[in-house]
Design a binder for this molecule. Structure first.
Ligand code: DX5
Ligand code: ZN
Length: 224
């Protein structure tokens, strides 16, 4: 199933509940929450209190993308705040297997993220324990960057590995995914599509989401 995980990083924070509602009306089914610590990435965003504030305003799953140096220290707080899915960056996890177990123990769906420079092969051992793999198609830290086509091969390779290993993890893609790039990522095998700047825009959020999903689903007719 093709899903839009809309990134609230591009939304109007002063009207967050309305922004989420508009993206949801347009067909978005996952709220993507970009957590940045100013260390792993050169930007600071929000943390568990934002998740806690969002929890009562939507029934959609909250997908927290942790771009932080020490995710283990924050996993319990995200669980407590009401997160449903948590992904951690492979690059910061010295004990990735343990971190993924920790997410699972807190009753959230574990995901792992790889930056553009990180090879898919670094994940092979943990693929059986993840609910999703997030392939970054920009270097993390900011919304509105240009899509890096090198992500396409990585998505296709993950889809092939999933088949070969008989697994069911989902493939998420994040960064520069917009109306003009989404067809290629869906064709490569991604099914959870993160998009921020392509979706949020004053008065146009709902129609942007609807159009984005239309283009995405047309690229994967058998999955409609
Ligand atoms: C980048 C974040 C993304 C970002 C995507 O570090 O992980 O989720 O919000 O934004 P767009 O869709 O604008 O590239
Ligand atoms: Zn993200």
């Amino acid at each position: 199933m093709i899903e839009l995980a809309f990134s609230i990083l591009a939304s109007d924070f002063a009207h967050l509940a309305d922004e989420v509602a508009a993206a949801e009306r347009g067909g978005g089914t996952i709220v993507h929450v970009d957590v940045m610590d100013g260390h792993f990435v050169p930007n600071i965003t929000f943390g568990p209190p934002m998740v806690k504030a969002l929890r009562p305003v939507t029934k959609l799953p909250l997908d927290c993308h942790l771009m932080v140096e020490n995710p283990d220290a924050f996993i319990p707080a995200f669980a407590e705040a009401g997160a449903n899915m948590v992904s951690v960056q492979q690059e910061v996890c010295r004990h990735l297997h343990r971190t993924l177990q920790l997410i699972e123990q807190h009753k959230m769906k574990p995901g792992v993220v790889i930056n553009p420079a990180t090879p898919v092969d670094t994940l092979i051992e943990v693929l059986p324990m993840v609910h999703y793999v997030l392939v970054m198609s920009v270097n993390p830290g900011f919304g509105g960057q240009k899509f890096l086509p090198l992500a396409l091969e990585k998505i296709a390779y993950l889809a092939a590995l999933r088949k070969e290993m008989g697994l069911g993890f989902r493939i998420e893609v994040d960064g520069g995914v917009a109306h003009d790039t989404v067809a290629r990522v869906v064709e490569a095998g991604a099914d959870m599509l993160v998009a921020g700047s392509a979706i949020f825009s004053p008065k146009k959020t709902e129609q942007n989401a609807r159009k984005f999903l239309k283009v995405a689903r047309a690229a994967a007719p058998e999955q409609n």
